[in-house]
Design a protein around this ligand. Structure first.
Ligand code: AMP
Length: 279
């Protein structure tokens, strides 16, 4: 695996691939890699000729400085995982390679920015679009792979691609879970053994909803899900929504594409999860 830490050296490496008409796939991550990240890489390897994975803990998308500080950065273990998975290229720049001084950025993404996560993490998606735009500009991928795990993030990036006419195809990859249902996340390492057990309520509730789903009972099902999660010790629910998968408006009996999304604090760790109920 080739490792680059500067934009120039990465661009130099990719240029001949682009010239020869090869497909460049891109998997952006913040590191602390798990099987979920590696499943994106595997999809990238199926669909592209050269796959670039990036590891960059992007400061501008953290609204809580403590969260940024404690974000795990096990770079040696990550490199090992990527090597073993046969990744072609790792791009792992320092912050000053990506940002020059006090840069300004604002992209009017409209609703997908303000709903759900947007309410609880103001400014988060401005930071996400800022860094993904920069990364796309450096890598110039044909295909970029993102997880359904961050469902709203996918919609936001899709909107940015549309607004700015970026020549990249986005691919959404399914959520990878532990055998007990917990969605894999770099943040799971912060969960104590007890938190880890309590956190299962999120995937259990989403599963329960998927089994019981009835388009005529959305409001009462949503309330039941909220109650199930709120009853779990150590878990503080932020939101549970049953939404239109295209625009995240509240779903009703006529909505075709439905997704249920949840966010909660479990101990001191904020977790998100979702399930696609109908597509
Ligand atoms: P992150 O490093 O958390 O920024 O995530 C990088 C990419 O991996 C994003 O596109 C995430 O949606 C995706 N991802 C995170 N967790 C999972 C998971 N459990 N299954 C599949 N993809 C995931």
């Amino acid at each position: 695996m080739k490792i680059f830490t500067t934009k120039k050296s990465l661009a130099g490496h990719l240029e001949p691939f682009r010239r020869d008409g090869k497909k460049i796939g891109f998997v952006p991550t913040m590191g602390a890699l798990h099987q979920g990240h590696l499943s994106l890489l595997a999809r990238g390897q199926q669909l592209s000729d050269e796959v670039v994975c990036s590891i960059f803990v992007n400061p501008t998308q953290f609204n809580d400085p403590k969260d940024l500080e404690k974000y795990p950065r096990p770079i040696a273990a990550d490199i090992e995982k990527l090597e073993q998975a046969g990744c072609d290229v790792l791009f792992s720049p320092e912050v000053n390679e990506m940002y020059a001084g006090n840069e300004q950025w604002h992209l009017d993404i409209g609703e997908p920015e303000q709903l759900l996560e947007g309410k609880f993490r103001p400014g988060h998606y401005q930071g996400v679009t800022q860094v993904v735009y920069k990364l796309f500009d450096i890598v110039k991928p044909d295909l970029a792979f993102f997880g359904q795990k961050d469902y709203q993030q996918f919609l936001v990036i899709q909107k940015m691609v549309e607004l700015l006419h970026l020549p990249v195809e986005l691919v959404m990859c399914p959520i990878l879970r532990q055998t007990d249902g917990l969605a894999m996340s770099s943040r799971n390492i912060h969960l104590s053994a007890a938190d880890r057990q309590h956190a299962l309520v999120l995937s259990k509730t989403l599963n329960w909803l998927k089994q019981k789903f009835d388009p005529g009972k959305i409001a009462s099902l949503r309330r039941q899900c909220e109650a199930m999660i709120s009853a779990e010790p150590g878990v503080r629910l932020e939101y549970f929504e049953i939404a239109d998968g295209d625009n995240l408006h509240n779903a009703d009996r006529h909505t075709k594409k439905i997704v249920a999304l949840v966010a909660a604090q479990v101990g001191n760790t904020r977790l998100i999860d979702n399930v696609i109920i109908s597509d």
